[in-house]
Design a protein. Structure first.
Length: 585
């Protein structure tokens, strides 16, 4: 009953066309139930009693029924198809919109393959059962009521024998339903895993071939595919046994009814036409009961799909907008972190009591060894995660006091690898600011060193990059990502190792362009190459989730035994380090 209510909730936006389809279905079912009564009249009244006056009417109705059914069926099928496609479309859009609101933690916890399976496979499964299963259920309910009324009027005793078969259908369903559900849940989970693994391996085909792991990859996939096959076979065995037992009960019941009907005819208790009509309606009673069992099987499976879809739809965004949040009209760019602590997993802190103050318009470098918490700090600044303790203030206001969309639009983040969408270079560049002018786009592209490459392409900025930007190099993809962030005119820019994949000369050009374009606006750069920190206003050194030092490049490099000086020496050689005594002069 719970699953049935959930199915109806998915169909609520289409209740009017669905109601129309249900009315058509009711009419279609009633019309389809008339032929046995017409045949009874033909046999009893015309063939046996010679009432030829009713013959033309009966024959006209017998031929009219299939014509009328065909007309109603066409209208019904078109309506149901529209409803089914509508359920798929609206549910997928609803899921996608909801997923766009979910935090990074959701995407960290949920494999992409699992999301795809739920968005595509499970939603389609819900739609199929929601339309076909529901209509079948209604059709069979009307058919059962009609058949029961007619059967009771023809012969009460024979009707009782027919009804005695019904508990066997229930016992069959009771025995197999839980087993089929468990097998379906296990199969869907395995499909999620294989889908994620397949997507991961296909996107990493170059790496697999580079290390000669083709055979191992195929073996791993074959192993996973075999597990799916074994689970599917197990589930199919339950489903087949369930359906075959239902069919067996149906056949046994029909045979018993035919024999008893013949017995009553021989005794003279029933006319030949009555027996024919009763057997036809008994078949139309037991047939729907078999289909009830089949639909029940489908509902068990769709219940799994609904739970998987609702698992996403019912998941609350971890980052929520506070009720009194205000707009971001303009930001000076003052950033202040108070006692900031954060952990991805409980008991494993990534940031520990971080205190930083960045004056407005300052260009600051965050440096430190891998795993020191710099990228996590950037994610917290963008409100992709919430701190466990402490606050983040921008312009002396807790960032939770700003509207989430406004705040994120005011900031831009450049990651080590830029995401490229399947579209033109122009569409990718203007993604963060659709109304940017052609002049602005070209000027920033020239500044970061992208324009010369684009100018050599036959379609220039209208060149389609393909999924993931596979038609251009990783370096060009990164330049597009950097230009995209700068075109959006952020009030605060966070740059996370954006030039690590570029050659030193290009990286120097890009960083100089960022400094010039972001002049007067706050810029936070997470750097690996400490040489790039020389021209910045301030440097913050992080280690093991804490801030261990801060100052200018010149101040930090002259500190004896400082972490900054140690890292600089490892990168560029000890002979490039100035003597600490130079700072005392």
């Amino acid at each position: 009953m719970r699953t049935f209510r959930q199915i109806l909730s998915f169909m609520r936006p289409f209740r009017r066309p669905l109601l129309f389809a249900l009315l058509l279905t009711g009419g279609l079912t009633v019309v389809g139930m008339l032929p046995p009564l017409l045949m009874r009249r033909l046999i009893n009244d015309v063939a046996r009693q010679g009432q030829w006056g009713v013959f033309p009417l009966v024959m006209t109705l017998l031929f009219a029924v299939p014509v009328l059914r065909a007309i109603i069926n066409i209208a019904n099928s078109r309506t149901l198809n529209k409803v089914g496609l509508g359920v798929i479309g609206t549910t997928r859009k609803r899921m996608f919109r909801h997923m766009m609101r979910l935090s990074m933690r959701f995407y960290n916890d949920t494999p992409v393959g699992s999301i795809n399976q739920r968005l595509m496979g499970d939603v389609a499964n819900i739609s199929t059962v929601a339309t076909g299963g529901l209509i079948t259920l209604l059709t069979d309910m009307i058919a059962v009521v009609f058949a029961v009324v007619v059967m009771l009027r023809l012969n009460v005793t024979l009707s009782g024998v027919t009804f005695a078969l019904l508990p066997f259908y229930y016992l069959n369903y009771w025995f197999f339903s839980k087993r089929m559900q468990q097998a379906t849940v296990q199969l869907r989970s395995q499909m999620d895993h294989v889908s994620s693994m397949l997507q991961e391996r296909l996107s990493a085909h170059e790496l697999i071939q580079a290390y000669g792991q083709e055979k191992e990859g195929a073996t791993q996939f074959s192993s996973q595919a075999k597990q799916i096959m074994d689970t599917a076979i197990k589930g199919s065995a339950y489903s087949i046994s369930f359906n075959q037992l239902s069919a067996f009960i149906n056949k046994i019941g029909n045979s018993a009814i035919y024999c008893l009907g013949c017995y009553y005819f021989v005794k003279g208790s029933m006319g030949y036409g009555d027996v024919v009509a009763f057997c036809a309606y008994a078949t139309q009673l037991l047939g729907p009961i078999v289909r009830f069992s089949t639909v029940a099987n489908q509902i068990v499976q769709v219940g799994v799909s609904i739970d998987r879809v609702n698992e996403i739809l019912n998941r609350e965004p971890a980052i929520k907008e506070t009720p009194n949040a205000g707009p971001v009209e303009e930001l000076e760019g003052q950033v202040h972190l108070h006692g900031l602590s954060f952990a991805y997993e409980e008991g494993q802190p990534v940031l520990k009591d971080v205190d930083v103050e960045i004056p407005p318009g300052t260009h600051v470098a965050l440096v430190g060894p891998a795993g020191s918490g710099r990228s996590t700090l950037a994610m917290l600044l963008r409100r992709f995660f919430e701190p466990a303790e402490g606050t983040i203030e921008v312009d002396a206001k807790d960032i939770r006091g700003y509207r989430l969309k406004d705040y994120r639009n005011a900031l831009a983040l450049i990651l080590p690898e830029s995401t490229i969408f399947d579209g033109s270079i122009r569409q990718n560049l203007l993604y963060g600011k659709l109304d940017a002018s052609e002049k602005q786009m070209i000027e920033i592209s020239e500044a970061v060193g992208l324009h010369d490459f684009v100018a050599e392409l036959s379609q220039q900025y209208d060149t389609v990059l393909g999924t993931g930007g596979l038609k251009v190099s990783a370096g060009v993809q990164q330049l597009i990502g950097i230009a995209r962030a700068l075109i959006s005119e952020p009030l605060i820019l966070i740059v996370d190792e954006a030039t690590a994949s570029l050659d030193p000369e290009t990286a120097q050009t890009v960083n100089e362009s960022i400094r010039q374009i972001m002049k007067g606006r706050t810029c936070i750069l997470i750097l690996h190459r400490l040489l790039l920190a020389r021209d910045l206003d301030h440097v913050v050194v992080m280690h093991d989730g804490k801030i261990v030092d801060a100052g200018t490049h010149d101040e930090l490099i002259l500190k004896p035994d400082s972490l900054y000086r140690t890292i600089y020496g490892m990168q560029y050689g000890q002979d490039q380090l100035p003597s600490p005594e130079e700072g005392k002069q």
